[in-house]
Design a protein around this ligand. Structure first.
Ligand code: TYD
Length: 207
């Protein structure tokens, strides 16, 4: 079972993933938490260079590096964990490429789809939680957490608005897989909504 979390910067996905992880663990499920970019030694090392503000990376190079990190994460962690019947929670996955490199940077969505299929070996999330919030709200939260701007966070607000819209578009195109939650709600309320959705999903899969 693969559950992914998506959203713009500061949408609260990292907080929610931890809450869900703790909840599932407490209930005795075999659960693994990971993230993109990163999640492996190779990925976490690349992430550091990759997110630096002062490194100029062209859109196509950016896409291919994300794909390389994803291939590694799937081979090393996600694939084996799913094989073992574990629940995998991943902070960003395939949809971030459509949102950021596709809608954000303008790369052809068909190319992204082909690459995604290749690097994930056809693994698709069973559920994708999108935390939807305003760009200004997201940045306010990041600022409150004492953020230091990375390469993406320093992009214009229009770029981030595009990302927000693209996640909503992706959700509309595949409403069965996506679950959009209003990120303005209280942290506990969001957690309860996600919890209910996940419990329903596990039940439907006889888990
Ligand atoms: P993330 O770890 O979510 O940042 P933070 O912890 O600061 O919220 O992701 C880092 C950035 O990488 C984020 O701005 C989105 C970007 N990204 C892409 O552009 N494409 C991708 O495929 C992925 C996985 C992330």
């Amino acid at each position: 079972m693969l559950i992914t979390f998506e959203g713009i910067e500061g949408s609260g996905k990292s907080t929610q993933i931890v809450l869900l992880y703790n909840y599932l663990k407490e209930k005795g499920f075999d659960v693994v938490k990971t993230r993109e970019p990163g999640g492996t030694v190779f990925g976490e090392d690349l992430r550091k260079v990759f997110l630096q503000q002062d490194v100029h990376i062209f859109p196509l190079s950016e896409l291919l590096v994300f794909m390389a990190m994803r291939a590694q994460l799937v081979e090393e962690l996600i694939g084996p964990a799913l094989q073992d019947g574990k629940i995998v929670l991943c902070d960003r996955f395939v949809d971030a490429s459509y949102a950021y490199q596709g809608y954000g940077r303008g790369i052809d969505l068909g190319i992204i789809e082909t690459l995604n299929r290749l690097v994930t070996k056809g693994i698709r999330p069973n559920l994708t939680v999108v935390l939807d919030c305003n760009v200004s709200e997201g940045f306010k939260r990041k600022a409150a957490n004492g953020f230091s701007m990375d390469r993406f966070e320093k992009e214009e607000a229009t770029f981030h608005r595009k990302i927000k819209r693209s996640y909503l578009k992706l959700s509309k195109e595949d409403p069965k897989r996506f679950f959009v939650v209003d990120g303005k709600k209280r942290v506990d309320d969001i957690h309860m909504l996600i919890r209910d959705k996940v419990e329903q999903l596990l039940k439907n899969h006889g888990i």
